[in-house]
Design a protein around this ligand. Structure first.
Ligand code: CMP
Length: 135
């Protein structure tokens, strides 16, 4: 069934000039870009977005990274878009992500892994409300 997912093209991808490459892969797959904005995350939004990670050891450097430059927030829709986008992104750690995935092809880091995407219908609903409250 048709779904919406929240995708963040992270600051490392913007810095490296990979926004077009990443959006192009989603477009060629047949997914639809419904909304998009270039924005720099502030500390409050980072804590809300990553609520499940705020107490983890990797969170402080993750927060510095995610608030350290502009990112592109995108609403992507399509049939089973949540799982389809996750599969296209690959495993969290770019060193272990399969070739053919975005992270597998373009990232060599567990933190600077280019893209975030909602991992379930519940997280999509929560994250879309945070980033695109009018939807
Ligand atoms: P993301 O899909 O945005 O969800 C949480 C993020 O935390 C993840 O991508 C990585 O950027 C980062 N992350 C997760 N696990 C680790 C880790 N063990 N070390 C460093 N960063 C991590």
């Amino acid at each position: 069934a048709a779904e919406r997912s929240l995708v963040l093209i992270k600051p490392d991808a913007v810095r490296r000039g990979l926004v077009g490459e990443i959006l192009g892969r989603f477009e060629r797959k047949g997914l639809v870009i419904e909304e998009m904005v270039l924005r720099t995350m502030d500390a409050e939004l980072a804590d809300q977005h990553y609520a499940e990670h705020v107490d983890k050891a990797f969170y402080p450097p993750l927060k510095d990274f995610m608030t350290g430059g502009p990112l592109v927030a995108v609403v992507i829709s399509g049939d089973e878009a949540i799982d389809v986008v996750r599969a296209m992104i690959g495993a969290t750690d770019g060193r272990k992500a399969a070739a053919g995935t975005l992270r597998g092809d373009l990232s060599l880091s567990n933190r600077e892994n280019l893209v975030h995407a909602s991992d379930s219908p519940d997280s999509a609903k929560r994250e879309l409300a945070l980033w695109f409250p009018h939807l």
